[in-house]
Design a protein around this ligand. Structure first.
Ligand code: GRG
Length: 316
């Protein structure tokens, strides 16, 4: 496994939260990006083109929300942010970004959304062809689990719990299952419970798994894990409702992909069912619920509180 520790130690100062979320996101994002740079396969040898496609999509952009949630949640469970908490959680944080990027690559394929633009750049299949894009997604999916398995200085028990968490919530019981219901609902009149089911599974499940995995690494008690799960479930829902809203109100440039695609494909969304202003209200209410769940924590949960507000105030 390549060496990633030096960078974390070097950036220790940037780990402390001073209430400036964009600085926090930047510092954590840089650590994650550096680790990904080291952990993704190099563009050489017989798989050069595949490695290039994986790297292309991972480094095309992205907010790194899921890896940052892993790190922020580990911080809460450890009680503070320091090199040890970040180092312990870094491989898992990168694993979540690999799974997330794989889902975006596959979602953009002609058989699914058939999108040309993602993260402001041509989609993986537009750049590398459909077969390579499928394989790049597959390779990111499997890489995620080896990153977790090869984590140093975290007990095998915890790593096993994280593998169970990630595989369950990114599979048929989570992201993939939600995606399937979403596809089957296109063009149909669906009820509110079905819509909520799609959002909770397609998007929310991976966000919940990221938060729970960080907490597991930090040795969270059952009570802490339950509180962070409540936070994660509300955050995941607020995230996807906001995504629905942004698809309606943002430009292509802001989103880094075509806006208005939900309407075009008659997708099941909150604004389609509830209207724009009611959807904004629901997103705000759910976010308050997420923040309220964190009342049992002190200052160590400040980044998670501010991340909840960020999720509904973002423009991409
Ligand atoms: C595995 C094909 C397949 C699908 C799984 C999650 C998913 C289902 C598909 C991804 C496409 C999608 C629109 C998902 C909804 C979640 C979402 C809003 C993703 C975008 O997440 P951001 O905003 O993206 O965090 P960045 O680029 O910032 O990382």
């Amino acid at each position: 496994m390549p060496e990633i520790n030096k960078y974390v130690l070097h950036n220790w100062e940037g780990l402390l939260y001073n209430g400036n979320l964009s600085e926090y996101l930047k510092a954590r994002g840089q650590i994650v990006n550096h680790a990904l740079e080291t952990l993704l396969p190099p563009e050489q040898g017989p798989h050069k083109n595949l490695a290039a496609a994986m790297r292309y999509s991972v480094f095309a952009g992205g907010k790194r929300l899921r890896p940052v949630l892993v790190l922020a949640s580990a911080e809460v469970a450890f009680g503070s942010a320091d090199n040890d908490s970040v180092k312990a959680a870094l491989n898992t944080a990168c694993a979540f970004e690999c799974i997330h990027t794989y889902s975006l690559i596959h979602d953009d394929l002609p058989a699914l959304d058939d999108d040309d633009l993602r993260r402001g750049k041509p989609t993986c299949h537009k750049e590398y062809g459909e077969a390579t894009a499928i394989l790049a997604g597959d390779a990111l999916l499997t890489l995620a689990f080896s990153l977790i398995a090869e984590t140093k200085d975290v007990s095998p028990d915890k790593l096993l719990c994280i593998v169970a968490e990630l595989s369950k919530k990114s599979g048929i019981g989570g992201m993939i299952g939600g995606q399937l219901v979403d596809i089957e609902s296109e063009g149909c009149e669906i009820t509110f419970p079905v819509l909520e089911h799609i959002h909770i599974h397609k998007t929310g499940a991976l966000i919940v798994a990221a938060i729970r995995s960080g907490a597991i690494i930090g040795g969270a008690s059952a009570e802490t894990l339950a509180v962070l799960t409540t936070y994660g479930e509300a955050l995941g829902l607020a995230f996807q409702i906001t995504d629905d809203i942004l698809d309606l109100i943002c430009t292509d440039e802001e989103l880094g992909k075509p806006s208005g695609s939900d309407l075009k494909f008659q997708k099941a969304t909150y604004p389609a069912l509830l209207g724009l202003s009611e959807s904004k209200k629901v997103a705000a209410d759910v976010t308050q619920k997420a923040i309220a769940a964190l009342d049992v924590f002190g200052v160590e949960a400040a980044p998670l509180r501010d991340l909840a507000t960020f999720v509904i105030e973002r423009r991409n």
